[in-house]
Design a protein. Structure first.
Length: 245
């Protein structure tokens, strides 16, 4: 019995040491991956990296990580071909099957899915902000975006009719969708500017707009979009996503 107790104590101690070594190793690996991603994406701060699964050391031995979560705050994505950018908030990506080199200088995920958000203030920058003539004596411009409920965006349009600015913005509910790498906002109904007759194409030149979002980290791509309380929520996905190297 005494020998058995000693054996059990030894097993517990060795198990504890293994767990400690495993957790130290995973912490080191998370820091290394975060540093590589920060360098590759030219981020102001290191992202949050969480390597899932236990034990970690057996994953290291195989050269593949089962599940890696990546989180970024305030990522500046490319917004079209003019060198502009758009701020992506709270980007979270779940990476599966991450193959890596021994020094983590290269790491590629077989698949990735995730979520992020774009504030209405950020999206508003892409809408027309300068007053534009939509009919004789009528000029209009988009001045605000907000949650319209039921997955719609409420677009506020300010108009001037025959030199007099309307006392209140005209509001239209708009649908939002993702087509390829582009977020599209399209009014469900056309605005009424004091009864003035306006051609649909002229009205939509004000109310409808789009924002291209590419240059997301590792080559992940826009998958879907929906309106929410504080902005639009987007989903992303990708394959052969490069985290480092």
């Amino acid at each position: 019995m005494r020998a058995l107790r000693i054996l059990l104590i030894v097993v517990v101690i060795l198990g504890g040491l293994f767990v400690l070594a495993d957790r130290l190793a995973v912490g080191f690996a998370e820091d290394e991956v975060a540093a590589k991603v920060q360098s590759r994406e030219n981020l102001a701060a290191a992202p949050d990296v969480s390597i899932k699964g236990f034990p970690f050391l057996t994953q290291v031995a195989s050269g593949s990580l089962d599940d890696v979560e990546l989180g970024m705050k305030g990522f500046e994505a490319t917004a079209g071909a003019e060198g502009k950018s758009i701020r992506i908030d709270d980007l979270k990506a779940n990476m599966k099957g991450v193959e890596f080199s021994g020094d983590y200088s290269s790491a590629t995920a077989a698949t990735a899915t995730g979520t992020a958000s774009v504030s209405y203030a950020e999206l508003l920058k892409t809408a027309k902000s300068e007053p534009t003539q939509v009919a004789p004596g009528v000029t209009a411009s988009v001045v605000g975006l907000s949650d319209g409920g039921n997955g719609k965006i409420k677009v506020a349009v300010e108009a001037t009719v025959l030199g007099t600015k309307l006392p209140e913005p005209v509001y239209v509910l708009s649908s939002v969708s993702a087509q390829g790498d582009t977020v599209r906002v399209k009014a469900d109904t056309l605005p009424n500017f004091g009864g003035a007759e306006i051609a649909e194409s002229r009205a939509r030149a004000i109310t409808d707009f789009e924002q291209k979002i590419d240059g997301l980290p590792g080559g992940i791509q826009l998958d879907g979009v929906q309106a929410a309380k504080d902005g639009v929520e987007i989903t992303v996905k990708g394959s052969d996503v490069r985290l480092a190297g």
